[in-house]
Design a protein around this ligand. Sequence first.
Ligand SMILES: [Zn+2]
Length: 418
Amino acid sequence: MPQGPGDGNLHITFLRMGTGDCTLITCPNGKRVMIDCGSDRYEEDELEEDDDDKDDDDDDDTPPTNEEIQRQKIHDAIFSKDFLDGGTHDLDLLILTHTDTDHRNKFNVFFNQKSQRGYRGIQPHIKKIYHSAVFRAYHPASTLLGGIVNNDAHIKRVSFRKDAKGKPAGIKISPYPSDRPNLEQNALILEDLPDGEEPDYENHEYVTEHRDLRILDGTVDGQAECYISILASEVEEYLQAALGTVFCNADEPWTSSPANSGSVVTLITFGDHKIIVCGDATRHTEKYLYDRYLENQLIANVTLVRVGHHGSFVTSSAQAFVTHISPQIAVVSSHKKETTHRVPSRVVLDRWKAQLEEEDDHHLLYYWGKPPSKSDEDEIPISRVLTTATDLYLSKTYKEGIWVTGSESDHITYDFPG
Ligand SMILES: [Zn+2]
């Protein structure tokens, strides 16, 4: 059976964005979803061997730069038959997790037709956008996207609230252009729909009995149900005392930022599969998720997690969260030689790895980078591990339980059969 939008299966593709994120989802019924599109640094040094024979003459045959090549690969994936060029050119749902540039700065590269050299004339039609923070804060992406979305009513800011005691409470939805804190409009409660009334996902969102905010139906009639939900967005940070030792071990250095903590966290369900995409969620977000969904086990034992904040140790992947969601597969997005932010952290990868091993030896941890080489297997002192390029951590630590990927491919796709 050909694979692509509407083939009855769920497909999730993580594009290799270097330090950045872009996730493509095609639902069993053909609906297409994108989460973020940004990169602060491409993997241009993958190709740096080629730079040796470049000359300084600036003639017309100048080969494309490494960044151009990388950009083209990502563009090809987004506009492939497996995604936006499969049938219609609709993008049924776009989720903007937060305003950091590494999650939004490539929209104007990939979606602005005029800036591209003949991109097959495809200009996607975006049906709805859900986001954290004020939409205008995504400028210039917001200006571009606002111009190609169906109409303003389908751009919605989502805010998950806490009550006076800090416990997870209601959800606020604020449509653009009035997406300011003073506008209050609550999502419908799915259980309260009048008898016989079908949910209208084109125009509404629904809080389910599990307390997630369901925003898209990807189900094929008569087959396993598939939905896209938001689990958290705009979660406000806790006081340190409230985080407690479970989410903030005093022995560990840690930090956070409101923008990252407010990141949208997305849940994709298909039959028994649960996939979570964390954006740059922090320990604050993780505690909120834990508190909100602990009882109903909505996020326990997930199939796949896109690890929060590029595998950062100082902000994310608290042990309690890792243990609770206990994934079969973990995906980390980071530039191969990401030394500025020291991500992904070895401590964090150890943490996820330990959890994977508890479940099954065959579970995999994916990471963008080159496969470990012999020379990388040398002992690396711990002090160096905390300060050097991350692929060294991986090579040293994981020889069997990890499949290091990225050097061969510009993306990785998971297929979940219907
Ligand atoms: Zn990020």
